[in-house]
Design a binder for this molecule. Structure first.
Ligand SMILES: [Mn+2]
Length: 321
């Protein structure tokens, strides 16, 4: 539970009541959790008659355009709001180059569930024990009596994706209880799971097969590394967005305790995705490289030669085996 949760909900409700205009910020490269939080808050605040803008410095991934209101997400603009809310962001930097726009409002609120959260807002709703930020937004909107079928469907999508479809260690009784309460609104839960979690494309399928077939194993198959090269993206007509999820097939291998996906973002610049199990903390590995994330799923950025990056990642993993 969030410390003094009720007091904070009262404060947030008051700030929302006072505001005429509200801006909501997702994190860079928005995922389903940050978008579901932003878009459900948008619906709830519109129902209160607020003027709401949802901002993201990066476009909504094609696969998430199914989310209710996804077409309303826009690039940050020069416009001062009474209140700004950042969702699923563990730091001001996570908002991207819209930081100034976020700070320009009179009051700022942050809603987040990352262990790595560094306070940056006037009011912070932080609960690091929930599987998805959407769980906190659910509690807030339930408190404010602003839930609806559309809101529930959005929040369910956020929980499904951030919990690895109820499979991550962050999932507990409460996660399922909230998912059940959301489903009581009557949307098609199976369809949501297919749309935001399972659905793939032929191109992504080709990319995955290519990358998985070149998977490298180390230390008695306890560490595994897959690599997405610029050539892989080019020859399968895919992009960084299509790397999501492939690593799950690697960490699911019984012997693998640490799985890395190294994706070439630019020349000598790599996005690193980390998955772990059997008591190894992925966010702890990510922090060694200035990144962050959760217990079992984390990430960071690394610049340099590919071979050096592999060496560094292997060393940090070996230290934890
Ligand atoms: Mn999240």
């Amino acid at each position: 539970m969030i410390q003094n949760e009720k007091e904070k909900f009262i404060r947030v409700s008051k700030e929302i009541a006072k505001a005429n205009s509200v801006s909501i910020y997702t994190h860079v490269n928005p995922d389903c959790d940050t978008l579901s939080c932003a878009l459900s808050l948008r619906l709830a605040l519109i129902s209160l008659g607020k003027q709401v803008d949802v901002y993201s410095v990066d476009p909504v991934p094609k696969t998430l355009c199914v989310l209710n209101g996804a077409d309303s997400v826009k690039l940050p603009e020069k416009k001062v709001h009474d209140l700004s809310i950042a969702v699923d962001c563990d730091s001001l930097e996570r908002i991207g180059n819209a930081m100034r726009s976020f700070l320009s409002s009179k009051v700022q609120i942050a809603i987040d569930h990352h262990k790595t959260h560094a306070k940056f807002a006037d009011v912070t709703l932080l609960d690091t024990d929930v599987s998805a930020c959407a769980e906190i937004v659910y509690r807030l909107l339930t408190y404010m009596k602003l839930t609806s079928k559309d809101v529930a469907e959005l929040l369910f999508a956020g929980i499904v994706t951030d919990s690895g479809c109820f499979q991550f260690s962050s999932v507990n009784e409460t996660t399922h209880k909230i998912a059940g309460e959301l489903m009581s609104y009557g949307f098609d839960g199976g369809k949501v799971i297919y749309d935001v979690f399972k659905k793939t494309s032929v191109n992504k399928f080709m990319l995955e097969n290519r990358v998985l077939s070149k998977c490298k194993f180390f230390d008695d198959n306890q560490i595994a590394i897959i690599t997405f090269t610029a050539k892989d993206f080019e020859e399968t007509s895919t992009s960084m967005n299509d790397t999501l999820g492939t690593i799950v097939g690697v960490i699911d291998i019984d012997t693998v305790k640490v799985a890395y996906a190294i994706a070439e973002a630019a020349n000598r610049s790599y996005k690193i995705m980390i998955r772990s199990k059997d008591g190894i903390d992925a966010s702890d590995i990510a922090r060694e490289f200035g990144g962050g994330g959760h217990n079992r799923a984390a990430g960071c950025r690394l610049n340099g030669y590919y071979e050096d990056i592999v060496d560094k990642l292997l060393k940090v993993a070996r230290d934890r085996l």
